[in-house]
Design a protein around this ligand. Sequence first.
Ligand SMILES: Nc1ncnc2c1ncn2[C@@H]1O[C@H](COP(=O)(O)OP(=O)(O)OP(=O)(O)O)[C@@H](O)[C@H]1O
Ligand SMILES: [Mg+2]
Length: 422
Amino acid sequence: MKINKLEIENIKRIKAVKVEPTANGLTIIGGKNNQGKTSVLDSIAWALGGDRYRPSQAQREGSMIPPNLRVTMDNGLMVERKGKNSDLKVTDPNGKKAGQQLLNEFVEQLALDLPKFMEASSKEKANTLLEVIGVGDRLTQIDKEEQELYNRRLTIGQIADRKEKFAKEQVYYADAPKELVSPMDLIQKQQDILAQNGENQRKRSRLHQLEQDYQKTVEEMEDLLKRQKALESDLMIARTATADLVDRSTKELEESIANIEEINRKVRANLDKDKAEEDAQEYRRQYNELSKQIDDVRKSRTELMDNAALPLTGLSVKDGELIYNGFQWDSMSGSDQLKVATAIVRKLNPKCGFVLLDKLEQMDTDTLNEFGQWLEAEGLQAIATRVSTGGECTIIIEDGYVAGQEHPVMGDKKTEWKAGVF
Ligand SMILES: Nc1ncnc2c1ncn2[C@@H]1O[C@H](COP(=O)(O)OP(=O)(O)OP(=O)(O)O)[C@@H](O)[C@H]1O
Ligand SMILES: [Mg+2]
């Protein structure tokens, strides 16, 4: 929906102004300061935006006649405010009466009040754009996912660093066996030998006993000759059994047993170091896995933005900031800011085919031309004011009138208009 015709009388600085804005592109309302340029835009906002846009002092000072305002839309819809209370009257192309509700369907509030968008925080602007291109929810989700993965990786990375440092500080004995040594085998061997030695001792005692007996028997030889012979035989056997007996030393085993605690201390140290290294490796592996996941999430974010229908080439959102041709809002030129704002606001309500732009002085004529061409290509109508009386202006406002224009006649009550204003 666009504005075909504006007829305004006695609103703020305006005495009588009639404008027929071009349907596509820029209509520039020029003039010197304080002539009533902004009053024209304020009147449009009041007509289409409702009572919240009513100027605090709507009726022109010095006028006996109340404000008279008529906006004709390109489908024939007529929006009027007139009479003592400036009541709204909306008449659709079929002549049926309607109200503010109908206007709200095609009027985008920010199109009436672009500074409101331009003064919003950079985050709010970015969110508006994301809403416009319909990826806001998904992007919030992706950003949240990335943040969570990032935080997790940060923690894991810190643990991995600590574990690696700890593992590095552990001592290592290259000469120690891989597994803990048990003393049981050696103790068993020692006990076997001690038992054997005990047996040997027992045999020696027995020999001694026999020798005593033999001595006694020799003394009693005569009486005990028979017994002597038997004993001699025993004696022979015992001597033979004793002859080759060798006692084994347990010294070596005793040393080994004493050594075991030291060996095991080293083995334990080595096992601890191995475990610490494994631990550190596992955390490093988790860290790398999270890095990969973060890359994936970032990739899906880029894809999401790449596939979204952005309202302006070069416009995007990165890290919650609006970006245009690589620059954030506060680094964009004033004219780029206007272009970005217009493009976004236009997409907020595609039914709203117009936007109001106050104070277009910041654009030089080249930029104005380029902006105008862009608006035309977008099929967008912009009604702008500019402190200038140059050729780029569509009309010039002078003391509340359109310069060079016959004083327009509003409605059908010619006489009332003449009597009241002039
Ligand atoms: N109800 C009113 N009756 C008469 N004059 C008014 C009324 N309301 C505001 N003005 C005057 O209108 C002038 C501003 O009008 P407006 O803002 O439309 O001018 P402008 O051409 O946009 O000026 P600028 O170039 O400075 O932006 C001020 O001098 C202000 O005092
Ligand atoms: Mg102004």
